[in-house]
Structures are given as C-alpha cells and as structure tokens.
Design a protein around this ligand. Structure first.
Ligand SMILES: C[S@@+](CC[C@H](N)C(=O)[O-])C[C@H]1O[C@@H](n2cnc3c(N)ncnc32)[C@H](O)[C@@H]1O
Length: 321
C-alpha cells in the first residue's frame, strides 16, 4: 500500500510505515534543515520542500494512506466558524481538504496529548467533527513510547486513525502495552563521542554535584534547578528546545572509571526515538541544536510501526475472512 508523509520532519513516520510494509510515494515539509537530514536518509522519493499551502494537490501521486504529525496551531476561532473549507490557513484543515479530495483508504495523524484539552476540548471536537463529516470512521488514543513501544522515553502522544470503510475501523486495534525491557543505557554511543556533551563546570555542574546524581537515572536542567526523572532507566520526553537530558556516566581510563556528567548526544536522542543505528546524521552540515530539535519533533519509530501494522492488517483483504 502507498503512503504519503506530510509534515515529514526527518522521516520518523515514514520509517515506521515502511517498516510495516508500506511504500512511501510522497514526502513534504517546508524546513530546509529537516530536508538536509531527510535527504541524507531517503531518496526515492526525496523531500518536496515547500509549505503545504503551496502544494499543488493534483501533483501528489496516488496513495492509500495519508500520514502526518501536523503542527498544532491554535484554531479555536476557526473551529467555531464551522465549515473547514474556509479555513485555508490551518494545517489541519489543509489535511482535511486533501483527504476530501483524494479519499484515501486510511490516515494516521499524530499530535501532542494537549490537543485533547486545548480550548476546553473545542479544538479536538472540531477535528473529530470535521473528520466524521468527511465520512471517515475514527479511532484515537494516547500512547506512550515507554508503555507501548519498549523505548525508555516517557513520551505521550495522541494518535488519530481514520478509515474510509467502517469495516476496516472495526478490525483496527491500537497497540496494547508491552513490557519495557530496555533502559536508556542500551541506546548510548561509544565513549569517544561524549566529550562534546560533558558538563565540567558552571552552575549546572555545581547543581549536579549538590543534587547527588545517581547512576541509571536521568536529569533535566530546568532554568535554575535539577529535576530527576522518577523512573529509573527512562528519560523524560525529548523536546525541541533546551538541552537534552543529563546522565551520570563513566569515562574509562587505563586503570580507572571516572564518573562524569553529560548530556545525551544528538545521535543518542535519535536512538531513543527508535531510529535505526545506521540512520545518517549530517554532523558536518548542521549545528547540533537543529538535530536536537529534529529528534524532539519526531516520533518513536517502533510505536509508529505497531500502529501501522494495525492499519495494514485491518485494511488488507483476507480471503478466508
Ligand atoms: C511535529 S513535526 C513532525 C515531525 C515528523 N513526524 C518527524 O518524524 O520528524 C511538524 C513538522 O511540520 C513542519 N511544518 C510546519 N509548518 C509547515 C508547513 N506550512 N508546510 C510544511 N511543513 C510544515 C515542520 O517543519 C515540522 O517538521
């Protein structure tokens, strides 16, 4: 089955869909920094880099499943006006127009959990209402990477899945919880790469010393204090701004292990979203803050794969029922 990948970022949804057996025929994002990372890893097709508002929908190839982790814009006013066809500036309504035009078999949308309560729930009601009016059967659920994907990151995200046929929707199930058997230590790089992220002095270093940082836990610097993530072996949700989580680690000398504090590297942040280890990083073309942002903006690949498996199974015709 063919998919299109809107708001593609660095291709997280695309990777998960492809791991579940889907073929990507179109990817779009307007961020040129994302495009550099994306095009290093995907070529056929590479990214169409322009604003979704500037896309000619007729130029998008045939597809069965539309996917998109769309940015959440405040659109309470738009919602109250009703009639999504008028709301040209809003990304959700742009997606809705494309669904209406091309009538895919299914779609998968991803967003922050806060979308459910935004504007007292009006925003989400508008989204569901719009999708129902298009004639789609909708399922939605908040899933957490550490609960549903065996990735030790506390990342809750809202997933909305829609099907053109109710029969497909009735067969679809979101992934059930699975045991978390890994810790963040399973996703770390070799020690030579750590030096760039080592914390050796300054107020963060002093605060870490004072806090009594424990091995196996992760920490965040919150403006002027240290916060410990309560679950051992897990990291907090990766975000788009600020520094990555801090861990206590060890530099191995000839005859000793020297404890150090360090931030997770950009590669480790991608690893902790479940990106394959051979995913290429454009280190020499880009400041690392863009890579941290890209990791924080992306999705947990094994979670997308599990949802995509569900979409594939529920939309595939089985001759024996
Ligand atoms: C939450 S991120 C999605 C990340 C993606 N799922 C991934 O795996 O990296 C939202 C993306 O929407 C893109 N975006 C925002 N406004 C856009 C627009 N007008 N046209 C195209 N892309 C846009 C941003 O550049 C960003 O990469």
């Amino acid at each position: 089955m063919k998919t299109i990948d809107l708001f593609a970022g660095v291709g997280g949804i695309r990777l998960g869909m492809e791991q579940a057996g889907f073929t990507t025929v179109f990817s779009n994002d307007f961020d040129t920094k994302c495009q550099i990372t994306f095009d290093l890893n995907f070529s056929d097709p590479s990214m169409t880099c322009k604003s979704i508002d500037a896309l000619d929908f007729d130029s998008i190839p045939d597809f069965d499943v539309l996917t998109g982790g769309f940015p959440c814009q405040p659109f309470s006013v738009a919602g109250k006006r009703g009639g999504f066809k008028d709301e040209r500036g809003n990304h959700f309504f742009t997606i809705a127009r494309l669904i209406d035009l091309r009538r895919p078999t299914a779609f998968l949308l991803e967003n922050v959990k806060g979308l459910l309560t935004h504007d007292d729930g009006d925003t989400f009601r508008t989204i569901l209402d719009t999708l129902y009016k298009l004639g789609y059967s909708i399922r939605w659920k908040v899933l957490n990477s550490k609960v549903h994907a065996n990735i030790p990151q506390n990342r809750e995200r809202l997933f909305i899945v829609g099907f053109k046929q109710e029969e497909h929707a009735s067969k679809f199930h979101f992934p059930e919880p699975i045991p978390l058997t890994k810790t963040y230590e399973d996703f770390l790089e070799i020690r030579e790469k750590w030096s760039r992220t080592k914390i050796t002095e300054g107020k963060v270093y002093d605060a870490l010393q004072e806090f009594g940082v424990k091995e196996g836990y992760s920490y965040q610097w919150r403006y002027n204090y240290i916060r410990e993530h309560k679950a051992k072996g897990c990291i907090p949700c990766l975000v788009t701004v600020g520094k990555s989580p801090i861990i206590k680690s060890f530099e191995v000398g000839w005859d000793s292990k020297i404890p150090i504090f360090r931030h997770l590297t950009t590669k480790e942040c991608f690893n902790l979203q479940g990106f394959p280890y051979d995913y290429k990083m454009p280190y020499s073309f880009m400041h690392e803050r863009h890579l941290y942002k890209q990791a924080g903006n992306s999705v947990t690949i094994p979670l997308i794969k599990r949802i995509a498996d569900g979409i594939r199974i529920s939309t595939t015709h089985h001759p024996n029922g």
